[in-house]
Design a binder for this molecule. Structure first.
Ligand code: GTP
Length: 361
């Protein structure tokens, strides 16, 4: 049982990034606001914060900041008190944390990257921080292939011993999961008024200064939603109930079709597919791990696999899209094939022709 009161903790969520790896989807919405299993992605994280008993949340915004306040307002619908701190010029992940300092109400803050889908137990993380008398605690997740990430070894007392760059032979499978508990006084040590990276600058400097940084290690569900591939996988995992989210109330199935969407008889929806509000799916369409945003239209006989179809996009009949990203309002002609990560920019029209595209359009 936790004896650490979550009401005495602030949550800080960093949502100011430009999300360049998810372009063109992030041209119209910031990454944490992209629809994911029927909600803006951030709703899943905020509902997890609320479920942990934390009440006060500060969002560090920059890119397309107004969208957040329009959606979440004062946070009361989620049982939270949400405040916003705007960076006219993005200050980086460390600068963004330092910049919210005046809004913090308590001596402890838990900081989240706003694009991580995670099942870590926040109550346990806070209790760990308290029990270890740490100044900073990081959530470290064990992954099956750590080579794609920097790794973070810890000693037998749970203290972080190093921050290591990516290598082909990492000494540990523990990686930084993008969620940290900070004692307030440590936040006040982050340089102000310039761009600072928490991962590359703040943590190594704190370690060199002998600040007590501990690693809370688990093997819970974890995915950084930064790339189209991860976004599609994370969305599918939410729909299939593999990734936990209090916002979904235990939904589990092969697909999720939202109100006002129409799916013709004979269409097949599998692999954690999501069909957004007002979208239209024609007869004989096969959607496998597809993320169809609101108002998109997919015509008869098309096949869409592991791809994202932007708001109001139109996919003509018998098209094939595999590992693709289709920008808002784009039109894909009949029988076109988009393969191997091809991205189509918003509003682009590809004529009916059956041409195969395997790079950006
Ligand atoms: P890419 O451009 O695709 O790398 O995405 P990104 O800009 O979101 O960067 P990254 O994935 O490294 O960011 C991790 C988290 O930190 C995301 O939730 C971002 O919104 C957030 N973030 C990144 N840079 C800033 C910043 O300068 N200020 C604030 N407040 N948040 C940031």
């Amino acid at each position: 049982m936790s004896d650490f009161d979550p009401k005495k903790v602030d949550a800080v969520v960093l949502v100011g990034g430009k999300g360049t790896r998810l372009r063109p989807l992030t041209l119209s919405l910031p990454k944490p606001m992209l629809p994911t299993a029927g909600f803006p992605f951030l709703t899943h994280l905020l509902s997890r914060i609320a479920a942990a008993g934390i009440e006060h949340v500060v969002l560090g915004t920059s890119y397309k900041a107004a969208v957040f306040e329009n959606e979440f307002g004062d946070g009361s619908k989620l049982g939270l008190q949400i405040e916003y701190v705007f960076e006219p010029e993005p200050l980086g992940t460390g600068g963004g944390i330092a910049n919210v300092s005046e809004k913090l109400r308590h001596d402890t803050a838990v900081v989240f990257n706003g694009d991580v889908l995670s099942g870590a137990d926040l109550g346990e993380l806070l209790q760990f921080h308290h029990n270890h008398d740490a100044q900073v605690s990081m959530h470290l997740v064990r992954v099956s292939d750590p080579r794609a990430f920097g790794s973070v070894p810890t000693d037998s007392d749970g203290r972080v011993t190093a921050f290591l760059e990516k290598t082909d032979d990492p000494p540990t499978d523990q990686i930084n999961a993008g969620c940290y508990v900070f004692d307030r006084e440590i936040i006040d040590r982050i340089p102000r008024g310039r761009e600072v990276s928490v991962e590359r600058e703040v943590f190594p400097a704190l370690l060199a200064d002998d600040v007590k940084i501990c690693g809370y290690v688990d093997a819970s569900y974890w995915r950084d939603m930064g790339t189209p591939e991860d976004f599609v996988r994370g969305s599918s995992d939410l729909v299939r109930g593999l990734a936990p989210s209090p916002a979904l109330g235990g939904h589990r199935g092969e697909s999720l079709v939202h109100d006002g969407a129409s799916v013709a008889p004979g269409a097949v929806l599998v692999g954690g597919t999501v069909v957004g509000r007002g979208a239209e799916i024609g007869p004989g369409v096969r959607l496998d791990g597809a993320v169809i945003f609101d108002g998109a239209r997919v015509e008869a006989g098309s096949m869409i696999e592991r791809s994202i179809i932007g708001f109001g996009a139109h996919i003509g009949p018998r098209a094939l899209i595999r590992d693709g990203v289709i920008g808002d309002g784009a039109v894909i002609g009949a029988r076109c094939e988009l393969l191997r990560g091809a991205r189509v920019w918003p509003g682009v029209v590809l004529p009916d022709c059956g041409i195969r595209y395997s790079s950006d359009v």
